[in-house]
Design a protein around this ligand. Sequence first.
Ligand code: G6P
Length: 367
Amino acid sequence: FMVDKGNHRHFMEKEIHEQPEVIGHTLAHYLDFVGGKTKDIALPFDFAKLDRLYISACGTAYLAGSIAKYWFERYARLAVDIDIASEFRYREMPLSPNSAALFISQSGETADTLASLRYCRSAGVPIAAVVNVQESTIARESDAIFPTLAGPEIGVASTKAFTCQLSVLASLAIRAAVERGFVSPERERELVRELSETPRFASAALKLDRQIEKLARELAQVKHVLYLGRDTSFPLAMEGALKLKEISYIHAEGYAAGELKHGPIALIDESMPVIVIAPHDRIFDKTVSNMQEVAARGGKIILITDTEGARRATIDALETIILPTVPELIAPIVYAVPIQMLAYFTAVFMGTDVDQPRNLAKSVTVE
Ligand code: G6P
């Protein structure tokens, strides 16, 4: 069927704005908001008996899996190996007999992800997949599918599929935590309530569009951008860099903030903006010291944070994008929104083909 842009200039802009709605639909599929519980889901394995979960995917889906690793390990005490599918498929990795494999793919057709799935199949590991296209090959070859209800995504750069993947993965991590006995019914109710607030916070994030557009005008003048974050904001920093390079063709890198001193700090000067993703959390002060290192070398910082983070980051020449204060669990989903808008507006200023960037394909069915 036909999908049109509505009142938006690009599909990407439309898809960014659809997020509160599609995140809400997706979460409702996995969570009982009224009962304050995760829903029962049919699984080809028992979360309580797993000693490892293997996740593989490509591109943005890989970065969703990289964020989910923190959730499964933190909430469910389940060790996760996260891999880029094109590496996993050839690595000849020994797979634990008490493991399961999870594949993440918007299209469900990515060749490397499918090959990784078949590798796990031949090793007898139970297989589940987070897919947006339920009639896809990856969906068909999985023992269980966890759909994202993002609707068709047209823009080559993934936006709503990413936040819906995160919504599914957060719900699954909480479900795993319940089944493994690491979350009490009270805590489950609290986490489900936190997740239920994601659409509202994503809407609030969308309202920052005018400020972000202004910052993007400056970003469109530079040649290189560095994104930094810790914890779940680290893979999100890589996603921010990926979005920017994909659609604006500006060179960008995402780094763990703590790795700054092991290399990228050599690049910092007045012409290199650094985008720091840092909700105020237990490691926020560590990130502030990284920002001080950047500021001391004349680097211009754009800090994406909340009110408390902005208050504590007393650094000169700092631009701040202030989001609502959100629970730790949902921060990467909410913080994805300004990251996407920053890439989007920068690309618009650069005059690139936002929905169909050069050399990229929506679905990569060849190696
Ligand atoms: C391509 C797309 C990306 C996507 C990746 C994985 O590179 O341009 O946006 O993240 O493939 O695609 P999948 O359909 O497996 O999520």
